[in-house]
Design a protein around this ligand. Sequence first.
Ligand code: NAD
Length: 706
Amino acid sequence: MVNASSQVVSFQEVGVVGLIQVDNPPVNALSREVRAGIIDAIAVVAGRQQIRALLIISAGNLFSAGADLKEFDTGFLEPSLQELQAAIELAQIPVVAAIHGLALGGGLEVAMACHYRVAQKNAKLGLPEINLGIVPGAGGTQRLPRLIGPRAALEMILSGAPISATEAKAKGLVDEIAENDLRQAAMAFCERLVRDGAGPRPTRELLAAGGLGESEVGAALRANAKSLRGRSTQTLVIEAIQASRLPFAEGVAVEARVSQASLASRESHALRHVFFAERESGKVTGMPARLEPPEIRQVAIIGAGTMGSAIAIAFADADRRVILIDNTEAALTRGRENIRSTYASSVKRGRITQQIAEERVARITTGLEVGTTTDADMVIEAVFEDMSLKKRVLSDLDSVIPRERLIATNTSTLSITELARATKHPDRVLGLHFFAPANVTKLLEIARGSDTTSETLAIALQVAKLLKKVPVVAGDAFGFIGNRMMLDGYFREAEQLLLEGASPTQVDAALEQFGFAMGPQRVSDLGGNDVGTKARLQLYERESRPDPYFVIADRLTEMGRLGQKTGRGFYRYESGSRDALPDLEVTALIEALASQRGIVRREIGDDEIVERCLLALINVGAMVLDEGVAARASDIDVVWTSGYGFPRHLGGPMFYADTLGLRHVAERIRYYHGKLGHYWRPARLLERLAVENSSFEQRDGASRTP
Ligand code: NAD
């Protein structure tokens, strides 16, 4: 037995095998210490004749999730991953990687530098770097094609999705699958290599089978078209993989160049920004350190409409029981049908089996009486967006649900504080703002009322974790973070542009071209124009908005043009189709509304549409930040990228503003203020940051607690 060479890497002789174990919780990141530790262990072995093979294995739940992302920004300290790989690959005796759980990114790149790989049957292997706009830079683009061929390598790197051990074995990435105990199987594999006299098999010495043809590249790009829309990393990936035909040293030189270029790209900065922002958004300053929220086993949901039934699915998917309540049998029947058809479509798409679908459906029971929810560990109200109705429902719930349990409202715009005060225990009330479709959309906006306690907030954060959603905590103001920016900024400007002369098709196409998943008018038609109208009617009871403010959408609601559900909205839809077709009736309506306001319609360019909608969004975002409704600019970016279809590779509206430069942003907003008046008033915070030549990112950094 040789002494452990470091805290995170230990070395042990087991017969003819030298066992190197990495133990760097939580994810066995390949930190400098790990890299140095493995290199030291290999050096120790070099002088020992009796050791004839090396096995690299990890403790914990996974082989390795890869490099520490922070090192991408700070630069890699010595020894580098490449030095580690050279030490492994050039070793005089065979080196075997034993993979369990996950081998991702740098983790897989190190495993590929080993001479052989044994994987536990449930393990997954992947190079997810593209999700962060990065080209794998530790030989991944050179070794993977040598092991599985350039086409399969391209598919794997472009999709970023890990493959199963079985698939990896079939492709040639893994030599053997361990059905049961990995360590045992891998030890036996090593002993067999020694017995058979099999020597090292450096991956770099293998030949990559040919290059990539145009049709192969085309097919791989098409297969990932959705996730790569508007992106550029894929071009660099292709260049690197093409270089795998060259001798290894030349290939890695190409890889190093394109990988560096990817790291320096705006796209990668933006994607990494969102990645870190999502990890930050669940952290709330001022929360007591040790709060242990009670376990949630059963949830009650009031209102079996669009949102209520989808929220029920989200909890059933998380293995929780749900009681879904509505006040009419007809609504319950609709809710149940909704749930069934959602699961049927998941089965049809091969996402889950029929049996799993049935189990999940069975977890949801329905009823008419709020009184039957007493046993629920928490309750979510999702009835119509109506203050007095919601107050009544919350007060009823307060009298039946034991005092310490969470009562949440799914309101999109109403005051949480006012709603909470309709109960005797406003401290346990908050907003859990889900986004349609609630079982799919990643975002969960958590809105805190004036009386909401940290204990209550802790339960909400726990719910987000349970449902695998990204939480963002918002203050209690009209529309919280997302809907406020959407209504007072983005969508309002889109309507203004319609009045000034753009068509719904043109506005939507311009913003989709910018990168939004769907343009504003198509979003309105999908969600229902009446939803917005109802929210605005509630708003007008508390606050006013000068004309024009959604005059088109509200008129469409009056006309019964509610959107896809009625076959007519901003567009018309033919029966059974979701294709948005232009409608002359809407054009006439818009022209009439514009002329009533003395607006002279004109040709509007796509650039103006995009600029105005984004600047309006950013400006209101700055107000939301200044008012403390959002704690960080990065929280706003999370809201918009995970809930409103803002392109992730542009980092979210506030990051995007930083990339435009706040001086420029402020100047353009002042310009439109001069042209269009009051509602373009520049946000104070934006003006200040622009004068200071600062950015939203710097403001976040300054306010971050260590
Ligand atoms: P919906 O009209 O589809 O469903 C509301 C349901 O509440 C109906 O089934 C109705 O029968 C039921 N209901 C009404 N009064 C009730 C009562 N007293 N007791 C029990 N059930 C009652 O509405 P929705 O779109 O699901 O919206 C529900 C809430 O979610 C609203 O507050 C809305 O603002 C919010 N929200 C909606 C969306 C969206 O995109 N639709 C997104 C986020 C939040």
